[in-house]
Design a protein around this ligand. Structure first.
Ligand code: ADP
Ligand code: MG
Length: 194
């Protein structure tokens, strides 16, 4: 569960996010919908502990997100940033494996998990050796999603995962995401402007 308590973000005089209370229950998908510039990405960054709120606090499964707890709590959070944010100099497979390698997951487990994720996100296995620039938009989003899910986080944040896709691909990925969320039963926060 993610709780936002009186959370706001100001840059100088301007509010990126006005004071807000919101509870996002476990095992459910919560969609944040609003026009460009209304503060959706800022809100997700505060939940992910990447920027500190001006006022208020983020509570994840009962634990307040602070400088001390951010690193640990962030391991419980998968985050698909706007535009995917894949590292262009790493292949799809290397992007997905990055954090797992960092925490020392054995190679065998790592490969098994990636195979599982390819099936879940319907990403073709032979695409793993390609660089992001060699993939379609829909495939890149699937790789971003696999990377976010690699360590089985209990919370998943997605920032406009369908934004840059053409309508046909968007409809297909939307249906797939719906299925994936149902299967995983995670706490999902999805940002969209449409
Ligand atoms: P959204 O994701 O809903 O399109 P953002 O959260 O990215 O909106 O931005 C919300 C508002 O905060 C915008 O007006 C944006 O210009 C402003 N903003 C975001 N980040 C910064 C920053 N680092 N410095 C100053 N203003 C910012
Ligand atoms: Mg945004």
């Amino acid at each position: 569960m993610i709780e936002l308590k009186g959370i706001s973000k100001q840059y100088g005089e301007a509010y990126a996010v006005r004071p807000l209370d919101l509870t996002m229950p476990s095992g459910q998908t919560t969609a944040l919908i609003g026009p460009s510039g209304c503060g959706k990405s800022t809100l997700l960054r505060m939940i992910a502990g990447l920027i500190p709120p001006t006022t208020g606090e983020v509570v994840i499964d009962g634990q307040a997100l602070t400088l001390d707890t951010a690193l640990r709590l962030r391991r419980q959070i998968g985050y698909v940033i706007q535009d995917g944010g894949l590292f262009p100099h790493l292949t799809a497979g290397q992007n997905v494996a990055l954090m797992a390698k960092h925490v020392g997951m054995p190679q065998e487990d790592l490969e098994a998990r990636i195979a599982e994720l390819c099936e879940l996100t319907r990403f073709p296995g032979d695409g793993l050796s390609r660089y992001p620039v060699e993939l379609s938009g829909g495939q890149r989003q699937r790789v971003s999603l696999m990377r976010a899910l690699m360590l089985k986080p209990s919370h998943l944040l997605l920032d406009e995962p369908l934004g840059a896709l053409d309508p046909m691909v968007r409809a297909a990925l939307q249906a797939d995401l719906n299925e994936i969320f149902k299967q995983l039963g995670q706490t999902v926060v999805l940002v969209t402007h449409d």
